[in-house]
Design a protein around this ligand. Structure first.
Ligand code: PGA
Length: 250
């Protein structure tokens, strides 16, 4: 049985005061009454704050990006080794906002996956199609290419150490969620693509759904056979909503 995994993607939101209130509310509200694995992915400057508030709890913390390089003259970049020093367990890689706004290509995303794995951290590899790609019937082709870039750069073994997040770009921050059936179909496609290389790795691969997951739709999404939890944006900033979503992943 695959574990359910719910991660919050705070994006560029938060402050010392707001994060402290949110994390204390999560710790108090979740208690021990949930089965899923939980992580919050915070902006870099707040990782030390997450470490100090969450150490010893069941809530892990992670980052939203990492450099493909180990160290060097890369002004403004942050390496996976640095993230490990701050206790991160997960790193979101290839989020559609980074692909669209910062020009991250399938090839660069694959290099980042490799850099994160090299530090024994768990990449949350984001894949997903844009609206025009879905409407023109090439969603699976696009997602296939995104996966193949990682397969060819890192090898199938990488998929034993990472999590995939399927995030249809048209569902992110729009309030327009994929239906459980639409999401399930793509999740099954992703698992099948990996199974063509290694059936056991595919069977164990955790595939999150992301894109306007809310307390009202989480349980139905998470009940699908190939949906193993969620990557949560907006709702991860509201303690009661995130708690409800985590509880829905029982
Ligand atoms: P959303 O974001 O839940 O606000 O749609 C999801 C994401 O971008 O990871």
């Amino acid at each position: 049985m695959r574990r359910k995994f719910v991660a919050g993607n705070w994006k560029m939101h938060g402050s010392l005061a707001a994060n402290e209130a949110l994390l204390r509310a999560l710790l108090a509200g979740l208690g021990n009454g949930y089965a899923a694995e939980v992580c919050v992915c915070a902006p870099f400057p707040y990782l030390a704050q997450c470490a100090s508030l969450l150490a010893g709890s069941r809530i892990a913390w992670g980052a939203q990006n990492a450099s493909q390089h180990d160290h060097g003259a890369y002004t403004g970049e942050v390496s996976a080794a640095m993230l490990r020093e701050f206790g991160c367990r997960h790193v979101i890689v290839g989020h559609s906002e980074r692909r669209a706004l910062y020009g991250e290509t399938d090839g660069l995303v694959a290099e980042k996956v490799s850099a994160v794995l090299a530090q024994s951290l768990v990449p949350i590899l984001c894949v997903g199609e844009r609206l025009e790609e879905r409407e023109s019937g090439v969603a699976e082709q696009v997602i296939g290419h995104q996966l193949d870039a990682v397969l060819s750069h890192c090898g199938i073994g990488a998929f034993a150490g990472l999590v995939v997040a399927y995030e249809p770009v048209w569902a992110i921050g729009t309030g327009r969620t994929a239906t459980p059936e639409q999401a399930q179909a793509v999740h099954a496609f992703i698992r099948g693509r990996i199974a063509a290389h290694d059936a056991a790795i595919a069977q164990a691969l955790v595939i999150q759904y992301g894109g306007s997951v809310k307390p009202g739709n989480a349980a139905q999404l998470f009940a699908q056979p190939d949906i193993d939890g969620g990557l949560i944006g907006g709702a991860s900033l509201v303690a009661e909503d995130f708690i409800e979503i985590v509880r829905a992943a029982a």
